[in-house]
Design a protein around this ligand. Structure first.
Ligand SMILES: Nc1ncnc2c1ncn2[C@@H]1O[C@H](COP(=O)(O)OP(=O)(O)OP(=O)(O)O)[C@@H](O)[C@H]1O
Ligand SMILES: [Mg+2]
Length: 504
């Protein structure tokens, strides 16, 4: 085993925040190293230093590759040294095609300078798509891809540059089952071809199965490094959160009330005539009830709740709130009826990047914190601070800009927005995506608190154990249709998967 990379004594400050304190890590040839730690522990920051996103003069410490000191002042420098990074927040050009994104900045030229060799570009694109098992056309616009397809595309794009070190920052947070499996196979294959990986994930099962060594960060410091041989999963979790986590899924049972929401015959058309994204879906739930929506990626789970919320157009379908029919044609109609939606993609529709935490958290609560149409600043500050503390958001204050937060903490801010507003019906699309193990338990507690207050909750999660543990009742979608309805008592993982794959 040869050491190919050393990051030595790295210290990184952001104004008053010390994100990394004297951190050292090593990477050997043909190994997969995991970096784990709580939200805000410093994982992404450390990798942004490695990828040249943060220039060499913005931190203390050294990067040494194959014994040679490196000073990256730009991502291009790191790329040239053979380092590719897949960022936590997908960064693709939405209005360009798949092929253009893969080739971005390195379009093959014809012999006459200035002319792009489109045939070759297409060939390379097809190769990249095949490598990651992504079934889309090279000339498809990236905007039209799903989040998971975009994630696979980013990975395919990075691999085309033949890196020596591949860094993946939560690559599977938007992937499920089959796609995750494909990715694991790709990474193992890369390893056997001498490409090393640094892998960041909150999904510890994956980490334990895939990686050769695990380095735990907490509060910007290295706490411990485990090898496959001395690995103790409970110890890793304890090192991450700084305490013992006894029960991952403490279910709280709540007295349910009357019917809060009924959805009847929802149908959402697709761009293909005669084929619907959602077909005649009906369900209902009571105050205090938590309804889980299951299904595979692409089954129509997000589309269903987005359509009910008025965020995407339906062809037909009725909504009844507290037994009365209501018209919901756009999200503001839904909000007026005290509905909330935590979206799957926090960057596209979750938070406003130009705003600070206070403004983001209070975004859906104008009525509650204003008087005769004027915002009551003192009330706003107080109410947002309560949420900020309750969710344990890691940031200097509520005046911090949301873009300066770690990925998981941004997710908490979006959640806080709906918690603070006076919602009666709340849709949660992957509420714990990118959230660390300790904070997940905190979020379940908050969901149960809301249910106790009588809020009717619809939750989507691709983590089946989580969904089964948190919800009272389940519907399972496959190809846009409801294929299974189960109570908490009767459901099993097997029944669930059978319905999701439509073989009941
Ligand atoms: N641009 C920035 N400006 C100010 N503070 C920042 C900036 N980027 C990160 N931080 C802070 O540095 C710390 C480490 O953040 P980082 O994003 O590295 O965490 P992480 O381990 O990747 O967390 P997560 O699991 O939530 O993605 C956090 O306290 C974060 O708020
Ligand atoms: Mg991160």
């Amino acid at each position: 085993m040869k050491k190919i990379l050393e990051m030595k004594n790295i210290t990184k400050q952001f104004h008053s925040v010390t994100a990394l304190k004297d951190v050292s890590i090593d990477l050997y040839d043909d190994e997969i190293l995991a970096l784990v730690g709580e939200n805000g522990a410093g994982k992404s920051t450390l990798m942004r230093i490695l990828s040249g996103s943060y220039a060499a003069n913005s931190y203390d410490g050294q990067i040494i590759m194959n014994g040679k000191k490196q000073k990256f002042s730009h991502t291009k420098d790191a790329e040239n040294a053979g380092i590719e990074m897949i960022y936590q927040e997908i960064s693709l050009m939405n209005d360009m095609t798949v092929a253009e994104n893969i080739m971005l900045g390195r379009m093959p030229q014809k012999r006459i300078p200035g002319f792009v060799d489109w045939k070759k570009a297409r060939q390379i694109a097809v190769e990249a798509l095949e490598l990651v098992g992504l079934d889309v056309r090279p000339d498809e616009l990236v905007r039209r891809l799903s989040t998971s397809q975009m994630q696979l595309l980013s990975i395919g794009k990075a691999l085309m540059r033949k890196p020596k070190i591949l860094v993946l920052d939560e690559p599977t947070s938007a992937l499920t089952g089959k796609e995750t499996h494909t990715l694991m196979t790709i990474l193992r294959d890369l390893k056997s071809r001498g490409i090393s990986c640094i892998y960041i994930s909150h999904k510890l099962d994956e980490v334990f199965a895939l990686t050769d060594r695990i380095t735990v960060l907490r509060d910007g410091k290295v706490i411990n490094t485990y090898t496959k041989e001395n690995l103790q999963p409970d110890k890793v979790i304890e090192d991450m959160v700084g305490r013992k986590v006894e029960n991952m899924y403490p279910k709280v049972h709540v007295q349910m009330g009357e019917e809060a929401l009924r959805v009847e015959n929802f149908t959402v058309p697709s761009s293909i005539p005669g084929k619907n994204i959602i077909d005649e879906a009906s369900f209902s739930l009571k105050h205090g009830e938590i309804l889980g929506i299951g299904g595979l990626v692409g089954a129509g789970r997000s589309e269903l709740i987005n359509a009910v919320f008025g965020a995407i157009k339906k062809e037909k379908g009725e909504v009844f709130i507290d037994g009365k029919p209501v018209k919901i044609n756009k999200p503001t109609d839904a909000i007026a009826h005290k509905m909330g939606l935590l979206t799957e993609d926090r960057r596209a529709s979750g938070y406003v990047g130009t705003m600070n935490l206070r403004e983001n958290i209070s975004l859906a609560s104008f009525k509650e914190i204003s008087k005769r149409g004027f915002l009551n600043k003192i009330k706003e500050k107080k109410a947002t601070k309560v949420q900020f503390d309750a969710l344990n958001v890691r940031a200097p204050s509520i005046e911090t800009n949301v873009l300066n937060l770690s990925g998981g903490n941004q997710q908490k801010v979006v959640l806080a927005k709906w918690l603070m507003s006076d919602v009666h019906i709340l849709f949660l699309d992957e509420p714990t995506r990118g959230i660390d193990v300790g904070a997940k338990v905190e979020i379940y507690d908050i969901i149960f608190e809301l249910a106790k207050k009588g809020v009717a909750i619809v939750m989507i999660s691709s983590e089946l154990p989580e969904l089964l543990a948190v919800c009272d009742r389940f519907i399972v979608l496959a190809q846009g249709r409801i294929r299974g309805k189960f109570s908490r008592e009767e459901v099993t993982e097997e029944l669930f998967m059978k319905a999701a794959t439509n073989i009941l």
